[in-house]
Structures are given as structure tokens and as C-alpha cells.
Design a protein around this ligand. Structure first.
Ligand SMILES: Cc1cc2nc3c(=O)[nH]c(=O)nc-3n(C[C@H](O)[C@H](O)[C@H](O)COP(=O)(O)OP(=O)(O)OC[C@H]3O[C@@H](n4cnc5c(N)ncnc54)[C@H](O)[C@@H]3O)c2cc1C
Length: 577
């Protein structure tokens, strides 16, 4: 062989020494990642020192593979000149990769048992980025391990090893990893998130099991695999315990592609949800909810469905939470659409049978787990005097993130100036923010601007009844949320801004002062400039949740002010991964 690593014939004693050395190095590798987590300030210092050392080290030592202390020396096997042990390198790559598995699994934890979220402190979303980095590193190491081993079998004519159970388990593990990486690629993940998700869960479960079958001698590797498996199982158990099966009503918001999910929750959960503005929950369908479901996918899929939805409102008077979901073609939102359809038909048939209780008929059990989210942990920054002004921008259903943050800011820092800009296609998309209870009146507040961007908005001179949801059964005759969008003549133009619509709540007869509307998209550049020119030294927080184009445009407009030295707190919430 051309390079310095060779296939050496070792005695049993030498093999034993090699195993011990490998184990020691694997433990070093694991501790090297774990210790700094608990003392991460010291770690940052160490990292700086390490970077300094590398930059001073010069290129001469780069990539050198140091002889492993107490590994069998080349002399010991009678070669006469210094040669690297090929199999030692091969095994070491695999073992070092496995030594990272427990940490890799810990970094992916969603449940509250994650110790890292407390140590650092951070959120699942944040730690998950490091989970991805570590996964890539360990996968590269494992692939190198497999490639070198296959080369060894080829070079030494050991083809028969490919039929052995341990090698088959190893190859299966590498195959699974390859498939997982394939489905994690953005275009494929976009095509089928479900495939990526299901495969991810299966690989997470089976990798440690396959490692146990693959590894013959290394106790360390087995311990790493068991540790990872324990973390995985504990997380699943904690998530199960933290999940509430809630009775929910699912209603379509007429004239839109939205459904409103209103779920009753235990009081202690409501407290947690209220403390997490901008947080989200994971929604899944318990078996009882799947009965009679009319969806074009196998019901088995619902075993693996945990879809995130933001807490659009939390009402501690009625102990309910509201989620607003846009219907796509995936299995979860199709199921929600199907419940909404069932709710509608149940409600209309029961309206002919006065004795029946509509509410109990139309309730669906939904599994709700949470709250999660990076932003709830950052919310304190906004209300603790670190910013002087807040601009909230939402596009469409992105307001499920922005509106609760607006409400929380108004509650906890009433003197903080907040401007909310919300672009919707049709007026109906904004009606959920008028919902009853504690969530009332956001649209009527000063500083809240709703832009109705749809082509037909306000075109009818007689006005557009955006959404009228007639109550049925007990609520028969009551209009729950109803909005009328009226076109206003050119005489109402003011300072160059055309007042195109006034939105009325038909139930109360109130005119909702939703601000000035244009028939086009909000001019984000102008809005940003207005916000930043309010005070020369003001620190401004900008939070956005909407389409990528909107986020890019907003970021671009803010860049100018950052370049001028303005302090900006930026948070972009993304609904698609
Ligand atoms: C933090 C967060 C909050 C969200 N809040 C809302 C909201 O309030 N209202 C709303 O209408 N939409 C929200 N979404 C988007 C919503 O989750 C998806 O539109 C929905 O899950 C699609 O479901 P589906 O059955 O149509 O398709 P699926 O095939 O089940 O999923 C389609 C897409 O949804 C996302 N998704 C699904 N499951 C997960 C998961 N477990 N983790 C991360 N992303 C996932 C992925 O981007 C995926 O490509 C949010 C997304 C995220 C990440």
C-alpha cells in the first residue's frame, strides 16, 4: 500500500492492547464533547486558546496521525520500520463517531427532560442545529470507517466476511444513514416531509440496535449505543407523559383556507402556554380521532405525525387554546379539514334536532404537546428594557406567531411602542384575531395595521361580507365572528394614503379601526424607515413571521439601518423547514 497504514497481523495480546487504546480514545472523545457543556464558559476560553495554538502551529503538522500511546508498536510485530496500523485507524473512526451518539441524541431532545436546555440555557430549536452538525460529523466518520473496512475485505480477499451477521448489521446501519441523509436534502424533504420524518425516527431507534449487533469486542461502543437508546426511549416516554389529549372543536374559517382548532386544556398547561408567547405545540391524532377519518393516506402515517402549530391564543378564563391552521395537502392538515367538514355537517344536522348537544357531537380528541419554541425564551429581552420599540410583521397565517407576541407585549410592557403590520389576502384571514374572550380586539388597536392584498379586496362597491359564521344549535342565530369590508371613496384619501377599507364587526356593529389599507402589499421599506426615524438612538426589535420573500425584503430594509450603527434585535420565525 502507498500510504503509511498497513494491515498488520497482531497477536491476541496486541489486539487486546489495541482495544484498550481504542476504548480510551473513544472515552476521551465523548468527554471532550460532554465536559465543556457543563462548563461552557471555560470551553469558550479553551476554544479560543485552541484556535490560537492551531494558527501558530503552521502547516507542517497538519493532518499528521500521531502514534497512539500503548498501541502495539510496529517493532512489536517485527516490521523493522514505522508503519501505521490500518485496522486501528479504521476502528478508531467508527468508535469516535459512536462516542458522539449519546450527545447527538441529547441535542435532539424535544421533551422537558433535556438537560442541555437547562445547562446552556437554550431551546430545542437552537440545540437541534448542533445536533445536525454533530450528526454530519459522525456520519462522515462512520462512512470512512465502512469504506476502509470494505477496502480491507477486498485487499485481503475476505469477501466471505460480507455474509457475517456483524458486517451485515454494519452495512445496514450505513445504508439507513445514507437513506436518511438522502431524505434530509431540502428538495426531497420538501417533497415528502413525512418520509424524512419517519425515516429519521426509525434510524434513531435502529442505529443503536444495529451497533449492538455490529460490534463484537468493544464494550465502549456497546455502552455508547445503549446510552443513545436510553436517551431516545426516555425522551419518547417524557413526551408521552407531557402530551394532553384535549377535546377540541375544529371549524373552517369561511372564505379562507384556514381552520380554527379550539382545545380545552388543564389549568396548569394553560399557565405554561400563557408564559410562552410565540410558542408552538405539536399536534397529533390519537387513535380515537382517526376513526372514520376520510383522508387519502394510510392511517398508519398518523403514528408518526407531530405537526407544529403556534399558540394563536390562550384563554385562561375558559382554559382553552386556539390554533389556526392553513390547510395544505399533507396528512395532518387534511385531517383537520376533514374534522372541520364533519363539524359543519354535524352542526347543520343537529340544528334540525333541537335536543342534541352540538358541542359534544362535534368535539374531536387531539393530542397536544408543548409548549416549545425559541422565542418564548427570548421574550424577556423585549420587556426587560433592552429594546425601545418593536415592529412586528406578519404574512397570512404567520400572524399566529405575531399576534400573541403583540398581546403579551401589551400586557407586560404597556408603555413600549409596538407597531404590528399584517398582510392578508382576504379580510377573512384576519377574523380569528377578533375571537372572543381574552383574545378580543387586537385588530381595533392603534398601531395595528392590516393590509388586505388579495386582488378582489374591496372591489365590490357594496362591500364584501368576508366571513359570517352563524352559530348553530345552542348558539343558533348568533353570528360568532363576522366582518364586513367596505370600500371607501377617493374622498377619504389622506396624506397620499388611500383609505380603501373600513372593517366592521357585524356582531357588535363596531367599526374596527384597523388602520389605513392599501390594495397592494405593505411597503415594508417605508414602514421600516418610519419606525427607525422615531428616535435616533432607539434600539428596535423586529420580529417577522411570513413568507421567505417578506422576510428577505424586511431584512434588506433593516440592513441599511444596521449599517448606520443602529442596534437591532431581529427574530424571524419560519413555518417551513
Ligand atoms: C414552529 C412552527 C410553527 C408553525 N405554526 C403554524 C401555525 O400556527 N399555523 C399554520 O397553519 N402552520 C404552522 N406551521 C406550519 C405547519 O406545521 C405545517 O404547515 C403543517 O404541519 C403541514 O401539515 P400537513 O399535514 O399539510 O403536511 P406535512 O407533510 O405533515 O408537513 C408539511 C411541512 O410541515 C412542516 N412540518 C410538519 N411536521 C413537522 C415537524 N414535526 N416539525 C417541523 N416541521 C414540520 C415541514 O415544513 C413539512 O415540510 C408551523 C410550522 C412550524 C415549524
Amino acid at each position: 500500500m502507498l500510504w503509511r497504514y498497513h494491515f498488520l497481523d497482531l497477536t491476541e495480546a496486541q489486539k487486546h492492547a489495541r482495544r484498550e487504546t481504542l476504548t480510551r480514545y473513544a472515552l476521551y472523545a465523548q468527554l471532550s464533547a460532554m465536559v465543556p457543556l457543563s462548563t461552557f464558559l471555560a470551553c469558550r476560553l479553551a476554544k479560543r486558546l485552541a484556535t490560537l495554538a492551531v494558527s501558530r502551529g503552521g502547516a507542517g503538522n497538519k493532518g499528521a496521525y500521531k502514534a497512539v500511546p500503548s498501541s502495539p508498536s510496529p517493532d512489536a510485530v517485527g516490521r523493522g520500520r514505522k508503519r501505521g496500523n490500518y485496522l486501528h485507524l479504521t476502528k478508531r473512526l467508527g468508535l469516535i463517531a459512536l462516542s458522539q451518539y449519546p450527545l447527538q441524541y441529547l441535542l435532539s431532545l424535544k421533551s422537558s427532560i433535556s438537560p442541555l436546555t437547562y445547562i446552556l440555557p437554550s431551546s430545542h430549536e437552537h440545540l437541534n442545529q448542533w445536533h445536525r452538525v454533530l450528526s454530519r460529523i459522525s456520519t462522515i466518520l462512520l462512512s470512512a470507517h465502512a469504506t476502509l473496512y470494505l477496502n480491507f475485505f477486498v485487499q485481503t480477499n475476505r469477501w466471505n466476511r460480507l455474509g457475517d451477521g456483524d458486517v451485515i448489521a454494519g452495512l445496514a446501519a450505513i445504508g439507513l444513514l445514507g437513506m436518511m441523509i438522502g431524505t434530509a436534502l431540502r428538495p426531497i424533504r420538501r417533497l415528502s416531509y413525512r418520509l424524512f420524518f419517519v425515516l429519521h425516527v426509525l434510524v434513531a431507534l435502529f442505529m443503536p440496535v444495529l451497533v449492538l449487533f455490529h460490534v463484537k469486542h468493544s464494550i465502549a461502543a456497546k455502552i455508547f449505543a445503549i446510552e443513545a437508546l436510553v436517551v431516545f426511549v426516555l425522551d419518547l416516554a417524557a413526551r408521552k407523559v407531557g402530551t394532553v389529549i384535549a377535546d377540541a372543536t375544529v371549524e373552517a374559517i369561511p372564505g379562507t383556507e384556514l381552520v380554527r382548532v379550539k382545545a380545552s386544556m388543564p389549568r396548569e398547561k394553560i399557565k405554561k402556554f400563557r408564559a410562552a408567547p410565540g410558542g408552538h405545540v405539536y399536534l397529533s391524532l390519537p387513535p380515537a380521532a382517526r376513526e372514520g377519518l376520510l383522508v387519502p393516506v394510510s392511517k398508519l402515517v398518523y403514528e408518526f405525525l407531530y405537526n407544529p402549530f403556534t399558540l394563536a391564543s390562550v384563554d385562561s378564563k375558559t382554559n382553552t387554546v386556539t390554533l389556526v391552521a392553513k390547510i395544505h395537502q399533507g396528512p395532518m392538515t387534511s385531517a383537520l379539514a376533514s374534522f372541520a367538514y364533519k363539524h359543519k355537517s354535524t352542526a347543520s344536522s343537529s340544528s334540525n334536532k333541537p335536543d342534541e348537544d352540538t358541542d359534544s357531537l362535534s368535539k374531536t380528541p387531539l393530542a397536544i404537546e408543548g409548549p416549545y419554541g425559541l422565542f418564548p425564551r427570548r421574550f424577556a429581552d423585549l420587556v426587560s428594557g433592552k429594546v425601545d420599540r418593536v415592529l412586528l410583521v406578519a404574512g397570512g397565517v404567520g400572524a399566529t406567531f405575531v399576534v400573541p407576541v403583540y398581546r403579551a407585549l401589551k400586557g407586560e410592557a404597556p408603555s413600549l411602542p409596538v407597531r404590528l403590520v399584517w398582510a392578508v389576502r382576504q379580510a377573512g384571514e384576519a377574523t380569528w384575531a377578533l375571537a372572543e374572550g381574552e383574545a378580543e380586539n387586537v385588530l381595533g388597536e392603534e398601531g395595528v395595521e392590516v393590509y388586505i392584498t388579495g386582488a378582489g379586496a374591496g372591489d365590490s362597491s357594496s362591500g364584501e361580507d368576508a366571513n359570517i359564521v352563524k352559530g348553530k344549535g345552542k348558539n343558533k342565530g348568533k353570528a360568532k365572528v363576522s366582518v364586513r369590508v367596505e370600500k371607501v371613496g377617493p374622498a377619504d384619501s389622506q396624506e397620499g394614503v388611500e383609505l380603501t377599507h373600513v372593517v366592521h364587526d357585524l356582531q357588535t356593529g363596531r367599526s374596527l379601526a384597523v388602520g389605513w389599507h392599501r390594495r397592494q402589499r405593505p411597503d415594508l421599506k417605508r414602514i421600516v424607515d418610519e419606525v427607525f426615524t422615531q428616535g435616533r438612538r432607539e434600539r428596535v426589535a423586529v420580529l417577522v413571521c411570513g413568507p421567505h420573500g417578506m422576510q428577505r425584503e424586511l431584512r434588506g430594509s433593516i440592513g441599511k439601518w444596521v449599517a448606520k450603527g443602529r442596534e437591532v434585535y431581529w427574530h424571524a420565525e419560519a413555518f417551513d423547514l
